[in-house]
Design a protein around this ligand. Structure first.
Ligand code: HEM
Length: 411
């Protein structure tokens, strides 16, 4: 089969624009580029052989394709680590759910899925709501305080800490280690910083190794205790247990806070939309889906071809990388009407904010629960919710979010 024809000069320009949004300073919005790609080069292959997809109709099935799995796309950065640090970090990374392909992926995911399903997550609601209220009250006493530091990260850390069963006294340290460990995978992390990030990953693994041993001796009502409980079929080994505990922490530590931050910022920019939620808080669940569509923390979803296959009309060789730009698919005018407008009443079906296929986000119920409970507290507990100064985006396109969202609340 022949690949869809994209003229060379158009392809080069598409590639330049695409890498521009990955490498650009934080204040450059990607949406102009998404619009341009949708109109001019919705699917194209870069000079180095990466297939870039931006159309919803291409991205959604690509995420479900079994021939597209995990491979070299996620370890490109690891190769720049010093050799003595590559081995321990890589050994664990290869045995995480995020990296693994079936059958290992299926084994690990099956062991933890119950704690992330809608029924279990629902049991967290009251605690999430109470913690959101407590944190918002704290921020109300500090007009113009940074929502990310005062509310979003502490709320995310509480939820993950409670779910996994990380003791309160250790949570700040574990959050800091997780954030550093995740930097290993950000192409924008300077080479000089990488060894410290790898050491954070190693310290985190030692911590979870010791905590898992403690839970094995004295089980509690938490996910880590369930993980180490004797399993009758195919139990995880020690490396897989530690890798899974750390991976759950790492996958949620930055994503949920940035979904909270992006959602709040979008509503501060559109006070009319926030007013719709204040008018009827019953609109909040649908609004959360829309907020995740509008500005998801993860815009890119890379996979590797595990075998020859044809995707969006392009013939792929094994090892070729496919980047599904789910942030662009969420703004595809062929899929969503007036896609660049935030519309909390939108009812047009799911977006791709949480990915798709076998690697779809395990936190796809927990993350939205945090946003729902926080918005419910904001609109019922505070008569004014206003920007407390200019917001500042964080650098990098790997995870799109904010460093600072100043907020002023009045009771
Ligand atoms: C408590 C919060 C969260 C936890 C514990 C969590 C956990 C995970 C895990 C374990 C995976 C890998 C699943 C697998 O490979 O089988 C994953 C994937 C993913 N998560 Fe989350 N997540 C959280 C929040 C979020 C949020 C808020 C977003 C964005 C709105 C998000 C977006 C994604 C995406 C896009 C993927 C990749 C899906 C794919 O490859 O198709 N996550 N998450």
């Amino acid at each position: 089969m022949t690949a869809p024809h994209v003229p060379a000069d158009l392809r080069e320009h598409a590639e330049e624009r695409f890498f521009g949004i990955i490498n650009n300073p934080p204040d450059i919005e990607p949406h102009d580029t998404y619009r341009w790609l949708h109109a001019n080069a919705p699917a194209f292959v870069t000079g180095s052989g990466m297939l870039i997809l931006t159309r919803f109709a291409d991205v959604e099935p690509a995420l479900r394709r079994r021939e597209l799995g995990r491979g070299k796309e996620s370890v490109l950065n690891l190769t720049s680590l010093p050799p003595e640090l590559i081995e321990p970090v890589m050994t664990r990374w290869k045995r995480t759910m995020v990296y693994a392909n079936p059958p290992l992926h299926t084994r690990i995911r099956r062991r933890v899925a119950y704690a992330f399903g809608p029924h279990f997550v629902e049991t967290l609601r009251d605690r999430v709501r109470a913690r959101a209220r407590e944190l918002l009250d704290g921020l109300a006493d500090t007009p113009g305080g940074n929502f990310m530091d005062l509310v979003a990260y502490p709320l995310g850390t509480t939820v993950l800490g409670d779910l996994l069963g990380v003791p309160h006294a250790d949570r700040d340290r574990i959050m800091a280690l997780a954030l550093d460990a995740m930097k290993i995978f950000d192409p924008q992390t300077a080479a000089a910083e990488l060894p410290a990030c790898a050491r954070a990953e190693i310290e985190q693994a030692e911590y979870f190794g010791a905590l898992l041993a403690e839970r094995r001796r004295e089980p509690r009502d938490d996910l880590l205790s369930r993980l180490v409980a004797p399993a009758d079929d195919d139990p995880l080994d020690e490396i897989e247990l530690v890798a899974t505990a750390a991976n759950l922490m790492n996958a949620g530590i930055d994503t949920a806070p940035n979904l909270l931050g992006n959602a709040l910022y979008a509503l501060l920019e559109e006070p009319g939309q926030l007013a719709l939620l204040r008018e009827d808080p019953g609109r909040i669940p649908r609004a959360v889906d829309e907020l995740a569509r509008f500005d998801p923390p993860l815009n890119l979803n890379p996979r590797t071809a595990l075998e020859p296959c044809t995707v969006a009309g392009f013939d792929l060789e094994p090892d070729q990388i496919v980047v599904s730009v789910q942030g662009a698919a969420n703004r595809d005018p062929r899929r969503f009407s007036d896609p660049d407008r935030l519309n909390v009443l939108r009812d047009e079906g799911p977006s791709l904010a949480f990915g798709g296929g076998i690697h779809s986000c395990l936190g796809a119920h927990v993350g939205p629960l945090e946003v729902r409970e926080l918005l419910a507290e904001l609109v019922t507990g505070f008569r004014a919710v206003e920007p407390g100064g200019p917001a500042r985006r964080r650098p990098g396109h790997n995870l799109r979010g904010f460093a600072d969202v100043p907020l002023t609340l009045r009771r």
